[in-house]
Design a protein around this ligand. Structure first.
Ligand code: PEP
Length: 264
C-alpha cells in the first residue's frame, strides 16, 4: 500500500449465499465498518445483485458481478450481458477469474472482449491474472503474467478510475496456501512493470493492483503493507461478516498509520 492510495477490499462470494443471506450481510456490514473505510466492493451471485444493490444504497458499499458475456443480447443461453448487470444495479464486474479460465476455458482474448464491453456499458472491471503451480515451478510465472496482462488489456484505453488489476496466483486460491507478502510484492511489482510497457509509466503507477489467494484476517495486514499491493480480492474470508469487516478495519488502521508516519 502506498501512502495516499486508498486501498480497495473486494469480496468475491462465488456460488455462495442466497438473496436473503446476501441482503442480511450487506445490511449489517455498514455498522461494522470504520468511520473512514477503504473502498469496499462485493460481488454476490447474479440472483442476489439487485437485492444486494438495494440493500447497499446509502452506504459506501459497491455491488458488482463475478462474470458477464460480451454481447448485449442474443442466443447465448445461460449467459448475462453487461447491460443486464447495470440494470440489476451492478457497478463493476470481475473478469478472467482463474475459476472461469480453468473450469470454463476462458481465454485471454475472451477476457479482453469482455473488458471492452464492460467498460462500454459503464461497468468498472477487475481483471484477474495469475500463474498456476506448474507454471511457477517451471519458472514461467513472470512470463505468464506478462502474456495475460498484454493479451487482456493491450487494446483497452487505460483509465485508473475504471480498471483494477488483480494478481491471483492460481495455487493460492481457495487452498489456504497464500503467497508470502514478499512473494506477492515481487509479482505486483512485475505486474506494474508490464502495465508500464503496455500503457506507460504514469498510469501504471495509478492503477490499483489487488492481491487475491487465501487472504485471511491474519495475513491481510502483512500483504497490505507491501508497497505495490493496493488492496485485496477475497473469496472464502469474505463470506463471514466478522472476518471481512476485520480485514477492512485493519486496512483502515494501516492507512491512518501510514498517513501519520508520512506527516499527512
Ligand atoms: C477468489 O475467489 O478470488 C479468491 C481469492 O478466493 P480465496 O480467498 O478463497 O482464496
Amino acid at each position: 500500500m502506498r501512502t495516499g492510495v486508498n486501498p480497495l477490499i473486494v469480496g468475491n462470494w462465488k456460488m455462495y449465499k442466497t438473496r436473503d443471506e446476501s441482503v442480511a450481510f450487506v445490511s449489517a456490514l455498514p455498522d461494522a465498518l470504520p468511520e473512514d473505510p477503504p473502498g469496499v466492493w462485493i460481488a454476490p451471485s447474479f440472483t442476489s445483485i439487485h437485492a444486494a444493490a438495494e440493500a447497499a444504497e446509502g452506504s459506501s458499499i459497491v455491488i458488482g458481478a463475478q462474470n458477464m458475456w460480451f454481447e448485449d443480447n442474443g442466443a447465448f443461453t445461460g449467459e448475462i450481458s453487461g447491460r443486464m448487470l447495470v440494470d440489476a444495479g451492478a457497478q463493476f464486474v470481475i473478469l478472467g477469474h482463474s475459476e472461469r479460465r480453468q473450469l470454463f476455458h476462458e481465454s485471454n482474448e475472451l477476457v479482453q472482449a469482455k473488458v471492452k464491453k464492460a467498460l462500454a456499458v459503464g461497468l468498472k472491471v477487475i481483471v484477474c491474472v495469475g500463474e498456476t503451480d506448474a507454471e511457477r515451478e517451471q519458472g514461467k510465472a513472470f512470463e505468464v503474467l506478462e502474456t495475460q496482462i498484454k493479451a487482456c488489456l493491450a487494446q483497452i484505453e487505460p483509465d485508473e478510475s475504471t480498471i483494477v488489476l488483480a494478481y491471483e496466483p492460481v495455487w493460492a486460491i481457495g487452498t489456504g496456501k497464500a503467497a508470502t507478502p514478499e512473494m506477492a510484492q515481487e509479482m505486483h511489482r512485475h505486474c506494474r512493470e508490464v502495465l508500464k510497457k503496455v500503457w506507460g509509466g504514469k498510469i501504471s503507477e495509478k492503477i490499483l493492483i489487488l492481491y487475491g489467494g487465501s487472504v485471511k484476517t491474519d495475513n491481510a495486514p502483512f500483504l497490505l503493507k507491501q508497497p505495490d499491493i493496493d488492496g485485496l480480492l477475497i473469496g472464502g474470508a469474505s463470506l463471514s461478516l466478522e472476518n471481512f469487516s476485520k480485514i477492512i478495519n485493519d486496512s483502515s488502521i494501516l492507512v491512518s498509520e501510514s498517513k501519520r508516519m508520512s506527516g499527512l
